[in-house]
Design a protein around this ligand. Structure first.
Ligand code: PMP
Length: 398
């Protein structure tokens, strides 16, 4: 009898499983709209120019690879703090923000979750319905009981804001609420600022703990605007968490560059929180990797490279927007004018509104791969495939 004879086969990852099927598909016209990876106009994952230059600079002056401090590369974490809270934020000068380097945005969420579990083991976590697939699993693995708040209303094809507010209002004080700071994944629908202000009122009045997931900073409106929710919450609350990721906005998916920032009531509290976060890091992976953080810090420290970065990011954002417009207009031409909402959504994803059966038909009959729940990655569209995707969608909805 093996130790593992009772180990069950885990289900495949719902998103990475789509890519496996896509790769096995031999049809030339296939399109992968499953995974959330930005692609350029020629359908390739780009190496950003700012990263390429930073890489060359690091290679020209090679350094030994000692251990980084447990909480990460100091110049990098200072940059993250400023990108999130604003360079002139009084919260930073007051020493109220603790930022710890993490393995991507996922790692930032997990560090925060493990720390929160120590602070309040009985707290419940609320995630949006629907949410990024990993939120529920990650917080569950961290030991929390996870429920959801209403977010997307399929009948209305939009946000069920009243439902969301009602669910947050009904939450117990101390409940951890995971909020997508911008570019909601998977729906592509964000709250407007007025709605965010109402959410903040409830969070404050009910004493909830916001955990803002900022995985797409720069993909909605711009770097500062996309951090508006975090900054607005931080200006009124004593505590909050924010997970940052540079996977998308630097194209550094595989380098695992992210962070968690924790807003504290004062510098003394911040020092205590930092010391505990360091234990979480130490007992999981000891200290973070050097390379990705150095790339980001190199770009952000040099005004020219920073300028190149922001203009490349603007280019990516604009390209996605133009693909949304193009998809909507080609769908209209193909006889599906009712899907104009794809042009209104933001970020890398669209909830297409297609049923599971329609998504399976798209895959089987046309080789167009999205998730079963109907999410498509609009950042993988380009001039060469958008027409085919539109006509394929038209065939399955008619
Ligand atoms: N949060 C959300 C909402 C995401 O969409 C993603 C990436 N798909 C992440 C977190 C994780 O990002 P990373 O790859 O940097 O871990």
């Amino acid at each position: 009898m093996s130790l593992f004879s009772t180990v069950e086969q885990a289900p495949p990852d719902p998103i990475l499983g789509v890519t496996e099927k896509y790769l096995a598909d031999k049809r030339p016209a296939k399109v992968n709209l499953g995974v959330g990876v930005y692609q350029d106009a020629s359908g390739r994952l780009p190496l950003m120019r700012c990263v390429e230059i930073a890489e060359q600079r690091l290679a020209e002056d090679p350094k030994p690879r000692g251990y980084l401090p447990i909480d990460g590369l100091a110049s990098y974490t200072a940059d993250v703090r400023e990108l999130v809270f604003g360079a002139d934020s009084p919260l930073i000068s007051q020493g109220r923000v603790v930022t710890v380097q993490a393995l991507g945005g996922t790692g930032g969420l997990k560090l925060g979750a493990d720390f929160l579990r120590q602070v309040d083991a009985a707290a419940t976590v609320l995630i949006s319905d629907p949410s990024w697939e990993n939120h529920r699993a990650l917080f569950t693995r961290a030991g929390f009981s996870v429920s959801s708040y209403r977010y997307y209303d399929p009948a209305r094809r939009g946000i069920d804001f009243d439902g969301m507010l009602a669910d947050l209002t009904a939450a117990q004080p101390g409940t951890i609420v995971v909020l997508h700071a911008c570019c909601h994944n998977p729906t592509g629908y964000d709250l407007n600022r007025e709605q965010w202000a109402q959410v903040l009122d409830v969070v404050e009045a009910r004493n909830l703990v916001p955990f803002l997931d900022l995985a797409y900073q720069g993909f909605s409106v711009g770097l500062a605007d996309d951090a508006w929710v975090v900054r607005t919450f931080a200006s009124r609350l004593g505590n909050l968490f924010c997970a940052s990721s540079f996977s998308k906005n630097f194209g550094l998916y595989g380098e695992r560059v992210g962070a968690v920032s924790v807003l504290c009531r004062d510098a003394d509290e911040a020092a205590r929180v930092r010391s505990q976060l360091k234990i979480v890091v130490r007992t999981n992976f000891s200290n973070p990797p050097t390379h990705g953080a150095q790339l980001v810090a190199t770009v952000l420290a040099d005004p020219t490279l920073r300028e190149i970065w922001t203009s490349e990011l603007t280019g990516m954002r604009e390209r996605i927007k133009s693909m949304r417009t193009s998809l909507a207009s080609q769908l209209a031409q193909a006889g599906v004018p009712e899907m104009g909402y794809v042009a209104e959504q933001v970020g890398m994803f669209s909830y297409s509104g297609l049923t599971r059966d329609q998504m399976l038909r798209l895959r089987e009959e046309f080789g167009v791969y999205g998730t079963d729940a109907g999410r498509i990655c609009v950042a993988a569209l380009n001039e060469n495939n958008v027409g085919y995707v539109a006509s394929s969608i038209a065939s399955v909805v008619r």
